[in-house]
Ligand binder design. Sequence first.
Ligand SMILES: C[S@@+](CC[C@H](N)C(=O)[O-])C[C@H]1O[C@@H](n2cnc3c(N)ncnc32)[C@H](O)[C@@H]1O
Length: 217
Amino acid sequence: MDLESIRSSYRRYAKHYDRIFGPVFAPGRKLAMQVLDIEGGQRVLEVGVGTGLSLPFYPEDSRVVGIDVSPEMLAKARERVENQGLDQVEALLEMDAEALTFEDSSFDAVVAMYVASVVPNPDKLVDEMRRVCRPGGDIVIINHFASRNPLLRGLEKGLRPLSRMLGFRPDMDLDSLPEMEDFRRLDVRNANIFGYWKLVHYCNGPLSEEQATAEVA
Ligand SMILES: C[S@@+](CC[C@H](N)C(=O)[O-])C[C@H]1O[C@@H](n2cnc3c(N)ncnc32)[C@H](O)[C@@H]1O
């Protein structure tokens, strides 16, 4: 996967994206909002915002910045903001998630939905999400991770050569996402009924006393 093939895939997808991927991914987007539980005034970054299907779900008193590499997907997101009067959207910017131009600790929460297996280097994506998220902030990643069922896993591996055409890697492993002392996985949940997509919730930095107590309990 490289940026040019990603742009070219999503140039093709943009027109039909909402019809095809709107309903399928909707439960995950709603779950992300529940997990993030954004408070008034908080600033949130959504990387790979696509056509902005999640934007109407952010609270009116939050401030949301969305970035994406596909101009065609962003154009759809901008139309949505305009048509629905989504004042919580501060900006929609063309930017590479692996090289964000924001200062360190610029956001209270950072979310990437259905993006980690699309970007060329998921490690860089996570590093950048961490860098721009304040210490103690929430990071949420929703993605399809390689199945634990050996038969499906084999099938997903077989599809890998088609990644450039599909616009995502079908066999990304959950274990390839980092987990460290100062970047703790708080939770992994099914993001749809079959658990094909999972939501991974991290705390950026050491756990607060409250979170650490909840972990022990
Ligand atoms: C499957 S779509 C998900 C869109 C949206 N998050 C949703 O829930 O529908 C993946 C999106 O990630 C974007 N993307 C892929 N690689 C990217 C990168 N390196 N930086 C920013 N956006 C990227 C694509 O252009 C596309 O809009």
